[in-house]
Every structure is written in structure tokens, then in C-alpha cells.
Design a protein around this ligand. Structure first.
Ligand SMILES: Nc1ncnc2c1ncn2[C@@H]1O[C@H](COP(=O)(O)OP(=O)(O)O)[C@@H](O)[C@H]1O
Ligand SMILES: [Mg+2]
Length: 299
């Protein structure tokens, strides 16, 4: 791994060596191999997509990373853990029509994950949907015994059926997010490449540290994912440089560019890998999938 040096100190390649592709922080870009097919599935590595700021790309990353992993033959489950239900809607599931969602899974002892799980249009990708009912859980859980571990226990039934479970968190650090962090092995933190991106990240990291200390010793930060990157602006490059300065190699090599294809794909209720399979946006999430698998952060 490269050392945590200032991103401006990139090494100049010798005259006769071909220029190596670099990431936005100036690091030499590794060639992440296509993951080998799996002979069998599970147990899942559980990843929480987390940032208490809204609009940073959590849901977009959850859907498209999941779809890219599924393309590589992984069995993937998305847990929509935001009462807005954006991950459900983005996969073509209208959560208002559903009687059984993640809310029932959390709050009813007789309901198991298999009862609330739905198949999506993407082969190998299933979903536990959410709708506005989930907002009540935040309040109702407060009175429960072991209120932080409810999701973790609820997922135990299906953990062995999947290679990766992605939890799409809501934009808050409340009890639902603490449940996601308690259930997870890793956290991916999407950060929008804009000026105030780092504001609030210290508090998020502190929350992750507390959950690790008190509830879930296995919890790791898998990486920080720069999203909505615009290579044409100095601004985007500065933000990435700043994130690299602050977090070093926790910054994932993969950077997600800003493109209207992502909102377009959400309107079509498809992952970008299905909506525009040859678009660079689809390739960037495939690269993210390969990066996480090659680091051992996904199966
Ligand atoms: N890389 C991107 N380029 C352009 N728009 C994006 C990108 N990623 C997400 N978006 C759009 O930005 C909005 C917020 O993204 P979303 O994934 O819903 O964020 P969050 O779940 O963190 O609130 C959505 O309209 C989404 O389509
Ligand atoms: Mg979201």
C-alpha cells in the first residue's frame, strides 16, 4: 500500500516508462481482477452504507454495487433501512403496496427475513423493502430489550444464503443506523465531492468507534467512496485530495463520477448496470465491486 503522503506529491514516471493510470488522489491505480466464480454461497459479509448526510450517494451505491456484485455471480441481499424506501423504489418495488417490510421483521417476533424478502428484476439480487412504517420503529425500538441488536438477530436466518448483504442506511445516526452498524462487518462511507463533504464525518467515525467498542468488535471501516466526482472541476480534485490527506488509504481507489445516468436509472427503477450497461458509470460500480472483493471486503 502507498504511504499516507500528500496527494500533490505524486511521483513523476521515468521518461521511458509508460504513464500508469492513477486515481483521483494521484495513486497508481491497481488493476482489480475479475472475481473468480463461487462454487457455493454464504455466509454473507454485511456492509452498511452509511453517512448521516443525505444526498451523498448511499442508495445509488447500494443498488449499483449490489447489481455489479450480482453480475459477478454473487448472491446479494439489499436491506432497505431508510423509511423513504428509495432503494426499494429504485429496484422497481413500490413499498406502499407492501404489507410486509423490514418494519415487520424488526418489530414482530413471528416474522422472519424470509417472510419479508422479495426478488428483484436483477438475477441474484434480493431485497428486504422498507416504507414509511419504518419511521415508527425508531421510536418503538427504544423500549425493547437489546434494542441495538434487533436487525443483527433478524438477519441471522438468511446470512448463510448470501455472499454480501448491503444495508442502505437512512441519513441519521439514530437507533436504526446503530442497528445497521451493529449488524455489519464493514462500513462504506459515500462522500459527495463537494466543499462540505467532510463535515460530519468525524462524528460518524466516532459513532462507528463507539459501536465497535460497545456492541460489535468486528466492525471495520471498509472504505470511503468519493461520489459525484467531476473531473473537469478543480473543486472535485481538491475535495479528493483533502479526503486522502485526512483518511489515507481508507479512501477507495474507485471514484464515482457525476452523471445524470444515475438519476435516469433510478427513474427507470433499474441499476445502471442494466439501464446503461456500457456507460462509464456502470463500469465504475463494477470496479468498486472488484476492489471490495480483491480487498476481502466482499466475497
Ligand atoms: N454519481 C452521481 N452522479 C449524479 N447524480 C447522482 C450520483 N449519485 C447519486 N446521484 C443522485 O443524487 C441524488 C442523491 O443520491 P442518493 O443515492 O439517493 O443519496 P443518499 O441515499 O445518500 O441520500 C439522487 O437523485 C441520485 O440519483
Ligand atoms: Mg438514500
Amino acid at each position: 500500500m502507498t504511504s499516507v503522503s500528500s496527494p500533490s506529491e505524486t511521483t513523476t514516471p521515468a521518461v521511458d516508462t509508460p504513464t500508469v493510470p492513477t486515481d483521483a488522489a494521484g495513486r497508481e491505480m491497481p488493476d482489480f481482477a475479475v472475481p473468480a466464480p463461487l462454487a457455493s454461497h454464504g455466509p454473507a459479509r454485511i456492509i452498511a452504507m452509511c453517512n448521516q448526510k443525505g444526498g451523498v450517494g448511499k442508495t445509488t451505491t447500494t443498488i449499483n454495487l449490489a447489481a455489479a456484485l450480482a453480475e459477478y455471480g454473487r448472491k446479494v441481499l439489499i436491506v432497505d433501512f431508510d423509511p423513504q424506501g428509495a432503494a426499494s423504489v429504485g429496484l422497481g418495488v413500490n413499498p406502499h403496496d407492501l404489507d410486509h417490510t423490514v418494519y415487520n421483521l424488526l418489530m414482530e417476533r413471528g416474522t422472519s427475513a424470509a417472510d419479508v424478502l422479495v426478488r428483484t428484476g436483477v438475477e441474484g439480487l434480493d431485497l428486504i423493502p422498507a416504507n414509511i412504517d419504518l419511521s415508527a420503529a425508531e421510536v418503538q425500538l427504544v423500549g425493547e430489550v437489546a434494542r441495538e441488536t434487533v436487525l443483527s438477530r433478524a438477519l441471522r436466518d438468511v446470512e448463510n444464503d448470501y455472499d454480501v448483504i448491503l444495508i442502505d442506511c437512512q441519513p441519521s445516526l439514530g437507533l436504526l443506523t446503530v442497528n445497521a452498524l451493529t449488524a455489519a462487518h464493514g462500513v462504506v462511507i459515500p462522500l459527495e465531492c463537494e466543499f462540505f463533504a467532510l463535515r460530519g464525518v468525524a462524528l460518524l467515525v466516532e459513532t462507528i468507534d463507539k459501536v465497535r467498542d460497545r456492541l460489535n468488535p468486528r466492525l471495520e471501516i471498509d472504505g470511503i467512496l468519493a461520489t459525484m466526482y467531476d473531473a473537469r472541476t478543480l473543486h472535485s480534485r481538491e475535495v479528493v485530495a483533502r479526503v486522502y490527506e485526512a483518511f489515507g488509504d481508507r479512501l477507495l481507489y474507485t471514484i464515482i463520477g457525476r452523471t445524470v445516468k444515475f438519476p435516469d436509472a433510478s427513474v427507470a427503477a433499474e441499476p445502471i448496470t442494466a439501464y446503461a450497461p456500457d456507460h462509464p458509470g456502470a463500469d465504475s460500480y463494477r470496479r468498486l465491486a472488484r476492489e471490495l472483493v480483491s480487498r476481502g471486503d466482499a466475497a
